[in-house]
Design a protein around this ligand. Structure first.
Ligand SMILES: [Ca+2]
Ligand SMILES: [Ca+2]
Ligand SMILES: [Ca+2]
Length: 467
């Protein structure tokens, strides 16, 4: 009997000894069932500073695992269909397979904190569903992204402060409570959500719009140059050209494009590139409501004018040790918590402000749920509520792993650049942009940012609706 044969495997998302590395190793195939047309994908995955808690944040981190394959000798990378059943996680871990079968979440099955190293995981790949025959020879790649689970719960939009275009409850300078996933009425009367100058104060955010109340998964870090290079190297050359990053970040010859500072956040994205990357990854863009929830937390009163780390103090990063390396760290000032206000003049590695000891939210620049660099470094490209295309965005559509022939996403509702804006600020932004409720850059959409300009400061992270 001939079997699916694994030629080679590889996956590197991040490497290094700091807080934000995740590695996949020992990938192979076994246990082929030629009657039911499945085989098992075996892999180990390890990352640092993992947690699960049932108090306070009541959440956990995890990894989004997705797998690509190609028939031996071809350059057409396809997306593996993961079975809803027949999967076996390592001891101490749990798998969750979304209903579209585009990948798997793996996370702690009990409370704990520290590094995790899950070995011998088995995912069942329904290769028959992907059009493969029993005796074909394939090559696979297992990809892993560190994610954080944001639980369902009420939260406040707007802080009651004086941020630009901050959300308000009617015309009152007070937060608007998102207390359920019901449709939200936009307006200026009490009990309606006032977009306060960035968006029309009329109409609704439908039930299907991701409001942040319902649970979702979000990347712990900004998309790195290495992650983006992995994406470009696993689509065909024409599509990679469409989505090309700045040559200062990623250069070389496809499919061997090389990230120049692999650990550093990519600032080469625009709305089209972010949407394409989301489609390929089996994820989706986040909304600006999800940005505020993930930053502020739930059941937590807003602090007027708070930054994403929950206080009103910011300490600009002035210099780093080991720039361009996986070991890049804060040099001065020692208490630096944000790469913003154009002090450093460039992006840093993602997760720079995570300290190994004695850290606080303010010192780490971390959000309520432990997300890194939501304020500063690169802008977070978000779906905004300021335009009609943005308000039409829905929570039930995720990438299927495939792009249009043009290289853009083929998800119609993700294409219009008017749906997007920026949150959180970048290294070259005024520090006010790093305030949780600042919407000063939500209207920063244009043809330029959509089609061709590499702005040097637009990046972001991806999410998935939890089920
Ligand atoms: Ca068969
Ligand atoms: Ca950021
Ligand atoms: Ca697609």
């Amino acid at each position: 009997m001939k079997r699916l044969c694994l030629i080679a495997t590889l996956l590197l998302c991040m490497s290094g000894v700091w807080a934000n590395n995740i590695t996949v190793s020992n990938t192979n195939l076994s246990g082929q069932n030629t009657v039911s047309d499945f085989t098992l994908i075996n892999f180990d995955v390890a990352w640092e500073n993992s947690w699960r808690t049932s108090t306070n944040e009541s959440n956990y981190d995890g990894a989004w695992i997705f797998v690509k394959f190609r028939k031996n000798g071809t350059s057409d990378w396809r997306h593996c269909t993961i079975s809803s059943t027949g999967n076996t996680p390592a001891s101490g871990a749990t798998f969750f397979i979304p209903s579209d079968n585009k990948g798997a979440f793996i996370y702690r099955n009990t409370n704990g904190i520290g590094n995790v190293n899950y070995t011998g995981n088995k995912l069942q790949w329904n290769y028959g569903a992907d059009g493969l025959l029993d005796n074909e020879t394939v090559e696979i790649r297992v990809f892993a992204l560190e994610m954080v689970y944001i639980p369902q719960g009420s939260f406040q939009l707007g802080s009651g402060g004086t941020e630009t275009y901050n959300f308000r409850n009617g015309t009152v300078q007070a937060p608007y409570l998102v207390a359920s996933n019901a449709a939200i009425t936009l307006g200026t009367s009490a009990g309606t959500l006032n977009p306060n100058g960035a968006g029309t104060a009329s109409g609704t955010l439908p039930i299907a719009f991701p409001k942040g109340f319902n649970a979702f998964w979000i990347m712990k870090y900004e998309i790195s140059q290495q992650q983006y290079a992995d994406f470009l190297n696993h689509i065909d050359e024409a599509r990679a050209t469409t989505n090309a990053a700045s040559s200062a970040e990623i250069n070389g010859t496809h499919p061997n494009l090389v990230a120049q500072q692999p650990e550093r956040a990519t600032g080469s994205l625009n709305t089209a590139r972010l949407a394409a990357h989301a489609d390929w990854s089996g994820l989706r863009p986040m909304t600006e409501l999800e940005f505020e929830k993930a930053s502020r937390g739930y059941n937590t009163p807003a602090v007027p004018n708070e930054y994403v780390w929950g206080t009103t103090q910011v300490f600009y990063l002035l210099s780093t040790n080991n720039p361009g390396l996986a070991t890049e760290s804060v040099n001065s000032p020692a208490m630096a918590n944000a790469n913003i206000n154009n002090q450093l003049g460039r992006m840093t590695r993602t997760g720079l402000f995570a300290r190994s000891t004695g850290s606080t939210r303010e010192l780490s620049g971390g959000t309520y749920y432990g997300l890194m660099d939501m304020g500063g470094n690169v802008n977070e490209i978000c779906i905004g509520v300021h335009t009609t295309p943005g308000r039409a965005f829905t929570d039930n559509v995720h990438g299927d792993g495939y792009l249009a022939a043009s290289g853009t996403t083929d998800v119609a509702s993700w294409i219009d650049f008017n749906a997007y804006g920026w949150r959180g600020g970048a290294f070259n932004s005024d520090a006010d942009n790093a305030r949780t409720s600042d919407r000063g850059a939500i209207t920063m959409y244009s043809n330029i940012y959509y089609y061709d300009a590499v702005t040097g400061a637009a990046g972001g992270r991806l999410v998935r609706t939890a089920q």
